[in-house]
Design a protein around this ligand. Structure first.
Ligand code: C5P
Length: 275
């Protein structure tokens, strides 16, 4: 392997996230359709003693922390590396973040140590890096059939939300799963109709903790999203739009109305072959 090496850590999106049960140890059983976007953080690894340098628009939101997931991933792999993390995505925002960064470090190091889920429930799916149905705590992965092009708009109110707090605030912990057998998705309209019948079971609890999430969803709907939903444990919300033009018009309108929000348009990573 030649270093330095640069890897995209694509944002992960939970198109649906059903909470189907809880284990005795308090962890929740999930059923989620996960895709990856063509926006993300960027990780670079170079030879040298283990260290981490933070750059990018959201670097300031991360403390200089020896427990940063990039460092923990390299330690789990038993590797030394000078890591640079370009933090382009808001932190703790339900679109992968630390898990995506840890997976990108492992990809850059060509390392697949066992037990990556200890770094975070989303690390195995982020390592897979392609559309997956994710079940269990996140370790049961089934590739999704080819998906149509989707035009996605991400909106984050730049308020933090703690994942454990959202799970703790759930009203109901045993909800119906996604249908066992998935249909084919020949076009975006078919996929969006299917997704509309699914849910993010964490969304009501997250809105109670952070009501501005409801404003993000309303803004997406008002700007013409065919579907507006929260990803992961929030607070990032996404809208699915019929075409790139409508998504871009919505991006401009929402960014103008809410200059304090993070707003980004994206396609699926697979559409551009970035993975
Ligand atoms: O693994 P991750 O860091 O994403 O999980 C953060 C927290 O979210 C866990 O400590 C747990 O409280 C909660 N969680 C859960 N069930 C899952 C994943 C996360 O209860 N399947």
């Amino acid at each position: 392997m030649t270093l330095p090496r640069r890897e995209l850590a694509p944002a992960k999106l939970n198109l649906t996230l059903h909470v189907t049960g809880r284990r005795d140890d308090g962890y929740h059983l999930l059923d989620s359709l996960v895709v990856f976007l063509d926006v993300g953080d960027v990780v670079t690894v170079a030879p040298g003693p283990l260290s981490l340098r933070l750059t990018g628009p959201f670097a300031g939101a991360l403390a200089d922390d020896p427990q940063n997931l990039c460092l923990r991933a390299a330690r789990l792999a038993g590797r030394e590396a000078v890591i640079t993390l370009e933090k382009n995505l808001p932190v703790a925002s339900g679109i992968g973040g630390g898990s995506a960064d840890a997976a990108a470090v492992l990809r850059a190091l060509d390392a697949r140590p066992p037990g990556t889920e200890i770094l975070g429930a989303d690390v195995p799916v982020c390592l897979a890096g392609r559309p997956m149905r994710m079940q269990g705590l996140g370790e049961i992965l089934t590739p999704l059939p080819p998906l149509p092009q989707l035009h996605v708009l991400l909106v984050n109110p730049l308020c933090g939300l703690s994942t454990p707090a959202v799970f703790a605030a759930l009203d109901c912990r045993v909800n119906p799963p996604i249908p066992q057998v998935l249909p084919d998705f020949p076009d975006a309209a078919t996929l969006i109709a299917f997704l509309t019948d699914c849910r993010n079971d964490l969304q009501p609890a997250a809105i109670r903790l952070l009501p501005v999430i409801a404003d993000c969803l309303a803004a997406l709907q008002g700007a013409g999203a065919a579907l507006a939903r929260m990803s992961g444990s929030g607070a990032t919300c996404f809208g699915l739009f019929p075409d790139a033009r409508t998504a871009e018009d919505a991006r401009r309108a929402i960014a103008a109305d809410h200059p304090d929000w993070w707003v980004a348009a994206s396609g699926l990573a697979q559409d551009r072959g970035t993975l």
